[in-house]
Design a protein around this ligand. Structure first.
Ligand code: HSC
Ligand code: NAD
Length: 300
């Protein structure tokens, strides 16, 4: 390739039109931040009800951001919302996208099928990325015809507040695509870190054992859950203690990740099942979203 062609192909990887598939907790947050930072955004979900809920959540979150902006707040909300489109059509989602970020249910088969559909509907230059928490990125993209345009973009909850973005190089991610994902992270006002495709990348590989050890410590009766949370907030400077954070993430999500890794790595004791986690899940106490987990969140 001559130098002009190389320059053109690199330029074509600049991301302006962003589509997000899955309008739940993470997808809505990613779409919101993309629109806040000047991108044209299409947010996709399976049904209108999910999209309606996402739109209301985004407006509420933007309101919280706008509150700190004084007189400029209302225009900021209006401008941000004007850059967003909501749809259930995969064709519309992929049509003009420079980048599609997938944030659907954490299920390998469903994610693989979605990426095959996206590849068929998107342009050849479009970058495809997954926000998976715990699955191997390369496996999610394994059925793509062009695996070089695929990688991982792992955001943190709540997306509008958390400054980090992990950018994951899958087995075949090209250097150009990886660089474009890093550049886009900056354009999203996130601090990026690079990681290869290993279980949990950086944060979750450390966070999952930490949260599980905190639960085991309480199970052994070495300290109360309240004291463990206070200790890690005041002694380690964390914004939330580990039991609070497990409730915030969702105890169903914690269990899903732990069970998957235990199955994959049965000899790793850090990934062994945790009795209290299983019991709370059986009782339907899965954290903040259900009103109860380690703590109660029911309005009194
Ligand atoms: C087995 C283990 C499994 C691990 C699972 C891993 C999952 C995943 O892969 C990785 C993760 O995400 S790991 C999880 C990673 N996540 C963590 O580790 C999170 C750790 N926690 C934190 O960083 C803080 O506690 C928070 C930022 C959540 C809340 O901040 P706070 O100060 O404690 O309390 P506050 O009073 O509520 O909020 C104060 C102000 O912040 C603003 N604001 C807040 N939310 C907003 C939103 N959605 N929109 C807009 N704005 C928002 C707002 O201005 C608000 O003021 P307002 O007057 O009320 O509008
Ligand atoms: N929750 C977290 O803290 C967190 C943090 C980082 C990464 N993640 C990852 O992000 C992804 C999404 O997590 P979440 O917590 O936002 O989930 P969620 O359950 O809140 O939202 C998932 C959304 O995807 C939609 N969906 C499912 N299948 C779809 C399909 N085929 N096409 C379009 N939409 C579809 C659902 O209707 C739902 O609205 C998961 O892979 C998860 O591991 C989650």
């Amino acid at each position: 390739m001559n130098s002009r062609l190389i320059a053109n192909s690199l330029r074509s990887l600049k991301v302006q039109n962003v589509s997000v598939v899955g309008s739940g907790l993470m997808g809505a947050g990613i779409a919101q931040v993309a629109a806040q930072t000047g991108h044209n955004v299409v947010l996709n979900d399976l049904n209108e009800a999910a999209l309606g809920k996402a739109q209301a959540g985004i407006e509420k979150s933007l309101g919280r951001v706008a509150k700190k902006m004084g007189d400029e707040g209302p225009k900021f909300v209006e401008d941000t919302m004007s850059r967003m489109t909501f749809t259930t059509s995969i064709e519309e989602t992929a049509a003009n996208a420079d980048l599609v970020v997938e944030a659907i249910v954490e299920n390998l088969g469903i994610k693989q099928k979605l990426f095959s559909d996206l590849e068929a509907a998107a342009s050849a230059q479009c970058i495809l990325a997954t926000n998976t928490s715990s699955l191997p990125v390369s496996a999610i993209g394994a059925n793509l015809k062009d695996t070089s345009r695929f990688g991982g973009l792992h955001f943190f909850n709540p997306v509008p507040m958390m400054k980090l973005l992990e950018v994951i190089k899958a087995n075949d991610t090209s250097d150009e695509v990886f660089q474009a994902m890093l550049d886009w992270g900056k354009a999203m006002n996130k601090t990026t870190v690079k990681c290869i495709d290993t279980p949990g990348f950086i944060v979750n590989r450390l966070l999952v054992p930490y949260l599980m050890e905190a639960i085991r410590l309480v199970e052994r009766g070495h300290a109360t859950k309240e004291d463990v949370d206070i200790a890690m907030k005041l002694g380690a400077g964390h914004p939330m203690g580990p039991l609070q954070l497990a409730d915030y993430v969702g105890l169903d999500t914690c269990k899903f990740i732990l069970d998957g890794w235990h199955q994959e790595y049965p000899n790793e004791p850090l990934f062994n099942p945790v009795d209290t986690l299983n019991k709370l899940n059986e009782e339907g106490k899965i954290g903040m979203k259900s009103g109860e987990g380690f703590y109660s969140y029911k309005k009194k």
